[in-house]
Design a protein around this ligand. Structure first.
Ligand code: NAP
Length: 247
């Protein structure tokens, strides 16, 4: 038996139209899972990259309004949910001294509030079955302060805390809750940083691996945390960061 095999499993991935979420959805499908692709944008590109069954669920996670529908539509499609990847996320940059309440609320709503309530809604299905895998996409800002991204740092530090809390509550009932902390990865999320020559050089100079990570380099770790290979792993925030935190 291959402990990484996800044949027969159904996964939900939020923010699956692009970037890290797209790579995660493709990776889970390659391991054998059926994948429900959740987000506010068209999923055609991701569906085309998936050689297997997928479902598109259009949902804006800036409020909790679509959360029960995401669970209901996935269950109507496949009858079970084995894996949830809370990947959808946004970032807003400004000096802390000028940071607006809008930029605070927008980021916290997607990155933290919807992450919690979607986990809760999915766990109401997983806990009675006695199995499930929830994987949150955290960040280096789950460990570090950063600069000019106060709501993002708060949300990702909060996501790490919730990962541990939910693991403590649900580990004994067969549900694993873990997180991945991607390092600096080439996606829309980091386009502004990469476009700034000074910041780009400073970041590159500090990454032991010496390059910006590719979205595909996150998906193997997610597949591990989604599979039986990680059945005794609970409440970790696993950095996939080219060595950044080791420095
Ligand atoms: P990205 O390319 O900007 O992707 C973000 C995804 O989240 C997109 O699919 C986006 O959909 C979706 N999303 C945003 N707001 C949403 C909403 N209200 N409702 C539904 N979906 C929404 O960035 P990424 O780098 O792949 O980010 C994915 C995750 O990794 C995020 O949680 C991010 O914080 C985290 N992360 C990224 C890095 C990095 O270096 N790139 C590092 C650490 C952590 P749209 O395309 O429709 O906006």
């Amino acid at each position: 038996m291959n402990p990484f095999d996800l044949t027969g499993k159904t996964a939900i991935v939020t923010g699956a139209n692009t970037g890290i979420g797209q790579a995660i959805a493709v990776g889970l499908a390659q391991a054998g899972a059926k994948v429900a692709l959740v987000g506010r944008s068209d999923m055609a590109e991701t569906r085309a990259a998936i050689d297997g069954e997928s479902l598109e669920i259009r949902a804006d996670l800036s409020t909790t309004e679509p959360i029960q529908r995401i669970v209901d539509e996935t269950l109507a499609w496949s009858g079970q949910i084995d894996i949830l990847v809370n990947n959808a996320g946004i970032i807003r940059r400004d000096d802390a001294i000028d940071f607006t309440e809008q930029d605070w609320d927008d980021v916290i709503n997607v990155n933290l509030k919807s992450l919690f309530f979607l986990s809760q809604a999915v766990a109401r299905h997983m806990l009675p079955r006695g199995s499930g895998k929830i994987i949150n996409i955290a960040s280096l800002l789950s460990f570090q302060g950063g600069i000019r991204i106060p709501s993002y740092t708060a949300s990702k530090s909060g996501a790490a805390g919730l990962t541990r809390l939910l693991a403590c509550e649900w580990a004994g009932q067969g549900v694993n809750v873990n997180a991945i902390a991607p390092g600096y990865i080439e996606t829309n999320n980091t386009a502004a940083l990469r476009a700034d020559p000074e910041r780009n050089a400073a970041i590159l100079g500090r990454i032991p691996a010496g390059y910006w990570g590719k979205a595909e380099e996150i998906s193997g770790a997610v597949t591990f945390l989604a599979s039986a290979a990680s059945d005794y792993v609970h409440g970790v925030v696993l950095p996939v960061d080219g060595g950044w935190l080791a420095r």
